[in-house]
Design a protein around this ligand. Structure first.
Ligand code: ADP
Ligand SMILES: N[C@@H](CCOP(=O)(O)O)C(=O)O
Length: 326
């Protein structure tokens, strides 16, 4: 491939979007990853190696192939046949940005395959256009915490380092909730009081992250724009939102469009209350009541976003030999 690579592999982090009040505006990258590999081929093949990918198409109708072709079209290059492989630890349709990771990884891999004609900010613009909002694709590309806007044509963002000592615990239910369904539950209009309630908290939360003032996070995580309307779709969410701060968390939120819940903890003041928070989240989010249908994970924030490298072996081989850095 002139100026490009023969085989490339993109690594993309999971994300938690919204963080409570920052609906469609704020998100954080988490250390759980998806890999998307591409190489030119004589005939297109798509290997889906991740858990939960069974129902996804493995022909040219797959999202990953379509996005790669969009990059080639924008760059005026033709690569009609591709060998694509996807593997990932990010569970699908749980509010941890699986679709954002797939979009960002496909954009990054396709761009690298043809010599990176598109700058990273253009990848962000295209990813936002495809996803419809910038709050999960932003941290997936840039890592850290990202605050962003989208006006339908242009996307602007600022990336913040994650404050030292901020730990995140996610409670992932076994059931899926598609973002499209969780968005359909939202009203068309909001009152001025609710708009002011959210914009003041989103601004305070962003400033708290930017300055490392973790004690302010607990006052800034409430939301009136999406969580109250999504709570009927996520059993236990209302309890988590109202009680998590009394159980050792700085605050809690619905992760992305759900159904995962995310709690923030200040390592410096957790004072041995992590197991209390774990027990509480497991109990509250369990539909079966015995907690076995909820997976708890302490996921460190990921400072790194999209990384694309030349690959010397196939993703299948790297996976089976334990060669993927998690
Ligand atoms: N590797 C992939 N290939 C094709 N489609 C994918 C891939 N990963 C995710 N998707 C699509 O994204 C959907 C999940 O996206 P979404 O409902 O936004 O949930 P979330 O992004 O929170 O996991 C899946 O049902 C699937 O249609
Ligand atoms: N702001 C969006 C975020 C969706 O994130 P996802 O990771 O669940 O796709 C929303 O809340 O709808």
């Amino acid at each position: 491939m002139p100026g490009g690579r023969e085989r490339v592999r993109a690594k993309v982090p999971a994300t938690s979007a919204n963080l409570g009040p920052g609906f469609d505006a704020l998100g954080i990258a988490l250390s759980l990853y998806a890999w998307i590999e591409m190489a030119p081929a004589d005939e297109t093949s798509i290997a889906l190696l991740g858990n939960g990918t069974e129902g996804l198409p493995s022909d040219k109708s797959n999202l990953l192939y379509g996005i790669a072709q969009r990059v080639f079209d924008e760059a005026g290059v033709r690569v009609p046949e591709l060998e694509i492989a996807f593997a990932g630890d990010i569970p699908l349709a749980r509010g941890l940005g699986s679709s954002a990771a797939a979009i960002v990884g496909a954009l990054g891999a396709a761009n690298a395959l043809i010599g990176e004609p598109l700058p990273r900010d253009e990848l962000f613009r295209i990813a936002t256009e495809i996803e419809g909002h910038p709050d999960n694709v932003g941290p997936a590309i840039y890592g850290g915490i990202v605050t962003a806007i989208w006006d339908g044509e242009r996307a602007s963002h600022i990336r913040l380092d994650v404050p030292a000592g901020l730990a995140t615990l996610v409670a992932i239910p076994t059931y899926e909730l598609l973002t499209s369904k969780a968005r359909a539950a939202l009203p068309e209009t909001y009152s001025r009081a609710d708009a002011v309630f959210n914009l003041s908290r989103a601004a305070l939360l962003t400033a708290a992250f930017a300055t490392g003032k973790l004690d302010v996070v607990r006052h800034a995580m409430q939301d009136r724009l999406h969580q109250p309307y999504r709570a009927p779709l996520v059993p236990g969410l209302s309890r988590v939102l109202s009680e998590a701060s009394a159980r050792g968390a700085l605050g809690a939120a619905l992760s992305g469009a759900g159904p995962t819940a995310i709690a923030f903890v200040d390592e410096a003041s957790a004072n041995g209350r992590k197991s209390e928070l774990e027990t509480f989240l497991r109990e509250a989010m369990s539909v079966s009541g015995d907690g076995r249908d909820v997976e708890l994970r302490w996921l460190a924030p990921s400072a790194e976003g999209l990384v694309v490298e030349a690959a010397s072996d196939r993703l299948q081989d790297a996976l089976s030999e334990g060669g993927l850095a998690r």
